[in-house]
Design a protein around this ligand. Structure first.
Ligand SMILES: Cc1cc2nc3c(=O)[nH]c(=O)nc-3n(C[C@H](O)[C@H](O)[C@H](O)COP(=O)(O)OP(=O)(O)OC[C@H]3O[C@@H](n4cnc5c(N)ncnc54)[C@H](O)[C@@H]3O)c2cc1C
Length: 395
């Protein structure tokens, strides 16, 4: 028996003992997802709180981060085993966090030791909920055109300006934010800073989506004082951090293409609507073929995703890969929900009834329309892929 086999056995046994049955059920809505943070109420869902505490206690909310920063210190192979064993029992992700998927990797690469020790363990334990202050009304795809200013005031910056589409800004505790510290050069005048959303001068205004939810905001900064000690990397070098973080954000978003794993809601929904024929196959042959075609694409994507993560961890990823995964994963997820709506028939358009769980299917379908915009649009990803693969200048 290899060390990895032993690790697998121990992990399986630990998960069996520590993953509550409720945390093996599919996530039904955004409210089912644990985001942690100062306003997190463990009493609202004791099973979820127990699962978070158990996983954070092992450092397994971030299994491959060093233990000194609250991680599990697992090797890439062990991390993969943990993921496989969690998938086998359909365990929910114990903690959804922009701190884990976006800021953490950037801090590990660009943060000082003091900054790492300050922020990473709190991210790993889910104590601080983060939001991302990149986009502005006149700086989306052309992100380097951002205008939010950070003026020098001895040990501090004074930040003024507006961000937009800031996901969960009204629920977040801290923000990682791109600010302009020089007008001398577009990319070369940007700095990457962290600050508390409770700082005087920060305000947020939720924006309503077509899904009926308001998961993101306009975010305003009015003379917000930010210590220079909260800047990551050198002044005017924030673009390096921003781009590195975007690669991780795109990897995270591409994961939507993988679906929920385990139980297949697409197939279950189709069975519930059209039923099975006498051979136990989906009764509608056209829908059956469409779902089969989709599943082939989804499995190919899952295999490609697995390979990509291995290459990324080994430092051998092609620079176009995050954009390729982001593009394909989000288009796939949109197709999945289109097909689920078609398979479910007119009932899936229900918006408010109890039977439809408050229109969960329709709202999730509409939400996917934003997948190919958030984290950089599909058109922009195709532009990046063309530049990186063809090695054209100006990437
Ligand atoms: C659900 C959601 C959550 C988000 N969360 C956050 C967040 O938390 N923090 C944050 O900072 N931002 C967030 N965003 C913003 C997101 O990053 C931007 O919407 C995105 O980068 C596009 O910018 P834009 O909306 O300004 O569109 P624009 O840049 O104005 O683009 C408009 C259209 O022009 C096309 N286009 C633009 N430039 C090119 C080009 N060079 N080549 C080809 N086509 C082009 C685009 O593809 C698009 O179709 C979020 C967006 C969404 C939808």
């Amino acid at each position: 028996m290899t060390d990895l086999d032993t690790f697998r056995d121990q992990t399986r046994a630990w998960l069996a003992d520590n993953c509550p049955p409720e945390m093996r059920e599919p996530v039904r809505s955004d409210k089912d997802v644990c985001w942690g943070g100062r306003r997190y109420d463990p009493a609202a869902n004791p099973a979820q709180a127990a699962w978070l505490a158990a996983m954070a206690g092992k450092g397994w909310t971030v299994p491959d981060w060093p233990t000194a920063y609250g991680g599990g210190g697992l090797s890439p192979a062990e991390t993969k085993v943990l993921r496989e064993e969690m998938a086998a029992i359909r365990a929910r992700n114990p903690l959804n966090s922009f701190g884990i998927s976006m800021l953490g990797p950037a801090l590990l690469k660009y943060g000082t030791e003091e900054q790492k020790l300050d922020h990473l363990p709190r991210i790993a334990r889910g104590e601080i909920r983060w939001c991302q202050g990149y986009s502005e009304p006149n700086a989306g795809s052309d992100l380097a055109g951002l205008a939010t200013s950070a003026d020098d005031d001895r040990d501090d910056y004074i930040v003024n300006g507006q961000k937009v589409w800031t996901s969960y800004a009204d629920e977040a505790d801290w923000i990682f934010c791109l600010v302009r510290t020089s007008k001398a050069s577009k990319q070369g005048g940007i700095s990457f800073v962290l600050f508390d959303m409770a700082s005087p001068g920060v305000s947020t205004k939720p924006i309503l989506l077509i899904s009926g939810y308001s998961p993101f905001c306009e975010t305003f900064f009015d003379n917000v004082r930010v210590p220079k000690a909260n800047r990551i990397h050198d002044e005017n070098k924030g673009w390096d951090v921003a781009k590195y973080l975007l690669g991780h954000e795109r990897e995270m978003i591409s994961g939507m293409g993988l679906g929920t794993g385990g139980r297949n809601p697409l197939v279950e929904g189709a069975i519930a609507t059209v039923g099975l024929d006498h051979d136990g196959r989906l009764a509608d042959p056209l829908l059956r073929a469409q779902i089969a075609q989709f599943e082939v694409r989804a499995r190919a994507f899952a295999a490609m995703s697995e390979r990509f993560i291995d290459e990324l961890k080994a430092g051998r990823a092609h620079p176009a890969q995050p954009s390729m995964m982001k593009y394909y994963g989000t288009e796939l997820n949109k197709d999945r929900h289109e097909l689920a709506m078609a398979a479910g028939g007119s009932d899936t358009l229900e918006w408010e009834s109890d039977a439809s769980r408050g229109g969960a299917a329709a709202r999730a379908w509409l939400r996917t329309k934003a997948n190919s915009i958030e984290g950089g649009t599909s058109e922009v990803q195709l532009g990046i892929i063309a530049k990186r693969i063809l090695e054209l200048p100006g990437a």
